[in-house]
Design a protein around this ligand. Structure first.
Ligand SMILES: [Zn+2]
Length: 429
């Protein structure tokens, strides 16, 4: 497999504001062998693919997805009988088959949308780990896939009854975390605070659920296995406990004060910004979101907190990665580009910086930046091709024209979009 993407423009993912014009990207055995001017004649055997001046970027990385869902809004997502019935079915043998086939189909969608690495942070019954193993064996078409298995939290914590397993005492939480580790996940997910859908009170979407000792029990166990810990955290108090307890990535976020900024630095921790789930729920009409007035108020608090936290983190040099929380209402598996778009718009960074956070920065947080995350010689050929310049307008990333993952080239990516989601996303751009 040898080809050269000729006559292209490169936006390399390093945060550079400069487009490299008139370039050629040479791909051999899955890697970027060299990057040259477009007029360089190559050795024999390379297939020449003329891109006619289109843009080549690194494939996007989605740091926060749940792999089972489509994002199509439904009443069953807020809990209640319908959700319980779905989860009961998913726990059966037949349900497991359905679940795994949904994840397989979603991974293909993710890849075809231009995402070449995805991090799953909480799915049901180890279905994500089973499918990741099929990806590793080369049996399905998928991006690089890193997964956590089920989250570990306390009774009544975020994800209890859905994608989390629970323990009360530190001892029990150690045992639960060991149980997940025995399935060989790529990271451990925990939920230090509550979320929007499970909040009991208006104004408290990020209610603290786990104590420092409980958080430490999960983190120490994970770290002993060489695994990092990602925590669902939607309040400032929650971030303090999570970071003191040893959490490596704060998912979602909240306003940061001086103490929290210092803790991020001491812990070498990163913030994963997720505007995608909060924005639709807080901005769209309740008749569309089917949210209760309380959940709508709490969504607004979370959206504002996520944006405020990300602004402070960027201003203080704390690494910020980007994720979508795919499977949440209105968050499809294929709109990762929109997180970059909203990050630039609401956090107030340049398009080049948003692309950096959604590619190379994410790879650094994952510790795989030697392998992927930018268009540089020697790295894996994880690339996308788009028609227009994303440095001018990030909506250029909405429809990708080619995707390469580990060099495997998809010349005509197909994404089946969900009209009810697209219509609402359009209102939020
Ligand atoms: Zn999530």
């Amino acid at each position: 497999m040898k080809y050269v993407l000729r006559n292209c423009r490169i936006v390399d993912g390093t945060g550079s504001e400069t487009v490299r014009e008139n370039a050629a990207v040479w791909v051999k055995n899955g890697r970027i062998r060299k990057i040259t001017g477009a007029d360089v004649a190559g050795p024999d055997g390379y297939e020449v693919i003329d891109l006619g001046g289109k843009y080549v970027l690194p494939g996007m990385i989605n740091m926060h997805a749940h792999l089972f869902g489509t994002g199509r809004p439904s009443k069953s997502m807020g809990g209640g009988g319908a959700q319980k019935a779905i989860i009961r079915f998913a726990s059966t043998g037949a349900g497991g088959v359905v679940l795994r086939s949904m994840i397989k189909s979603n991974l293909k969608t993710i890849l075809h949308s231009g995402v070449t690495t995805v991090r799953g942070v909480g799915d049901l019954f180890y279905s994500d780990i089973a499918v990741r193993d099929m990806v590793a064996a080369g049996r399905i078409e998928a991006p690089r896939t890193l997964v956590s298995g089920p989250a570990v939290t306390v009774p009544g914590g975020h994800g209890d009854g859905t994608f989390a397993i629970i323990g009360s005492s530190p001892l029990e939480l150690r045992a639960r975390t060991e149980e997940v580790c025995s399935h060989h996940p790529d990271l451990i997910k925990t939920c230090v605070t509550g979320g929007v859908m499970d909040a009991k009170k208006e104004g408290e979407p990020g209610e603290l659920k786990m104590s420092l000792e409980q958080t430490k029990a999960v983190c120490d166990t994970a770290h002993a296995h060489g695994l990092k810990v990602a925590s669902h955290t939607e309040s400032s108090e929650g971030i303090r406990v999570a970071l003191q307890g040893g959490v490596d990535t704060i998912e979602h976020g909240a306003p940061l004060d001086e103490e929290l900024i210092s803790l991020f630095r001491e812990r070498n921790a990163a913030l994963i910004c997720t505007i995608s789930p909060a924005l639709p729920l807080s901005e769209l009409d309740a008749s569309v979101t089917m949210l209760s007035p309380m959940a709508q108020v709490n969504s607004r608090i979370v959206a504002d907190g996520v944006i405020s936290g990300a602004k402070t983190a960027v201003a203080n040099g704390i690494p910020v990665g980007l994720g979508t929380d795919a499977s949440c209402p209105f968050v499809s598996q294929y709109n990762t580009w929109a997180e970059l778009y909203w990050f630039a718009k609401y956090v107030g960074v340049s398009n080049a910086y948003a692309i950096f956070c959604g590619t190379l920065q994410n790879a650094r947080i994952l510790g795989i930046d030697d392998e992927t995350g930018s268009v540089e010689e020697g790295k894996a050929a994880d690339l996308i091709v788009v028609k227009d310049n994303p440095l001018d307008d990030l909506r250029a990333l909405r429809n990708v024209e080619m995707v390469a993952c580990g060099g495997r080239l998809i010349r005509d990516p197909q994404v089946k979009k969900i009209p009810v989601i697209e219509e609402q996303i359009d209102r939020l751009l």
